[in-house]
Write a protein that binds this ligand. Structure first.
Ligand SMILES: [Zn+2]
Length: 364
């Protein structure tokens, strides 16, 4: 009798004691895990890292606003790549030359056509080339896709590089001297230059150097002939097709002009936004430079432009005590109100073939 009662109680005792101990055990274990999680390396916020964009393959999208019925079937690129919308966008889809890895695969009709043209040009020269990996374009109706700054108005696309070796790359792969397919990547850049539909291409300087050296040493191109193509070996050129942006070592970013969609955006954009119940934020952050003069301190510069000192330091990767050199440029930002109806894409930025003198900087 006694024995069987104990035998009956034993499992209950075990269950009860586990139930009783679990909160203590987990409380004991959890802080360590949290601790390990929260200590992430501090990211140094520099202009480049703010400007750079990382490929973003599968973050879920926020709900889309209602579809506006605009009096045109043309694509509308409204506003700007960094602050814009897309209406009547066209989807770029996977086929035997493109491997589309993002659901934010909408561009203006011109953007999608241009992507196909430049990729087709590579295949015309090199049949059997692997599919190019296509990352983000824009959301169906544009707007912000984190972590990008641009990709908002159907004029941007991220593409993987052409790589050596068998098989089809399925993701953006960081480029090395070994895995880069120099010949096909140069063919792609040449095709983009010849197509004349792109405002610029962002590629990390290290990859530019590899391609530049290949073009000069192997393809025997004259360095002068490369001057309009690559920013490398110079620094900070705003006039070349290919420009440096951090974060573009595993993919390149093309910004297309898309003149028809921009014009249609100006014409019908207001109507479309009204139907979506949306408005473009009239305020935009623009970058400018202050050149350090004798007697300048960080605090004085911040005060002069009514900026927060912490931000000034952060934007320039400086500390409170950092020494400033006369003639040194400080990158500063201020928020301005964009004039009504102003569409920089079709304004000064679009006036020249390679966009010298945009009134605000375009970022990736
Ligand atoms: Zn991009």
């Amino acid at each position: 009798m006694q024995l069987s009662r104990i035998a009956f109680r034993l499992p209950r005792l075990v269950v009860l004691s586990i139930a009783f101990l679990t909160p203590f055990l987990s409380a004991f274990l959890r802080p360590q895990r949290l601790h390990a999680r929260t200590i992430a390396p501090l990211t140094r916020v520099t202009l480049e890292s703010m400007a750079g964009d990382k490929p973003r393959m599968d973050t879920p999208a926020a709900p889309e606003p209602p579809v506006p019925a605009v009096a045109t079937t043309e694509s509308l690129s409204i506003g700007e790549p960094n602050r814009g919308r897309l209406i009547n966008g066209v989807e770029v889809e996977t086929d035997e030359r493109l491997l589309v890895r993002s659901d934010e695969n909408f561009g203006t009709a011109e953007t999608v056509e241009a992507i196909r043209r430049v990729v087709d040009a590579v295949h015309a020269r090199f049949p059997g080339t692997h599919k190019i990996v296509v990352g983000d374009l824009s959301r169906e109706h544009g707007g912000r896709i984190r972590p990008h700054k641009s990709h908002q108005s159907g004029r941007d696309v991220d593409l993987g590089f052409y790589l050596n070796g068998e098989g089809q790359p399925s993701l953006f792969v960081p480029v090395t001297a070994k895995n880069l397919d120099y010949e096909r990547t140069m063919a792609l850049i040449d095709a983009i230059a010849a197509d004349d539909s792109a405002q610029y291409v962002f590629i990390d300087r290290r990859v530019q150097k590899m391609l530049y050296d290949y073009a000069v040493d192997v393809q025997k191109r004259a360095p002068e002939s490369m001057a309009g193509l690559f920013e490398y070996p110079r620094k900070g050129s705003l006039t070349t097709l290919v420009r440096h942006r951090r974060g573009h070592r595993n993919h390149l970013h093309i910004r297309f002009f898309s003149p028809q969609a921009v014009a249609a955006g100006e014409k019908f954009g207001g109507e479309a936004l009204a139907q979506m119940g949306a408005k473009l934020d009239p305020f935009q952050r623009v970058r400018f430079t202050h050149v350090i003069r004798k007697g300048d301190t960080l605090a004085r510069v911040a005060q002069r432009y009514r900026l927060d000192l912490t931000n000034v330091m952060k934007w320039n990767g400086l500390k409170r005590r950092s020494t400033l050199q006369v003639g040194q440029g400080l990158a500063l930002y201020r928020t301005v109100k964009v004039p009504e109806g102003r569409n920089t894409a079709s304004g000064m930025c679009h006036a020249g073939p390679r966009a010298i003198g945009c009134w605000h900087p375009s970022r990736s």
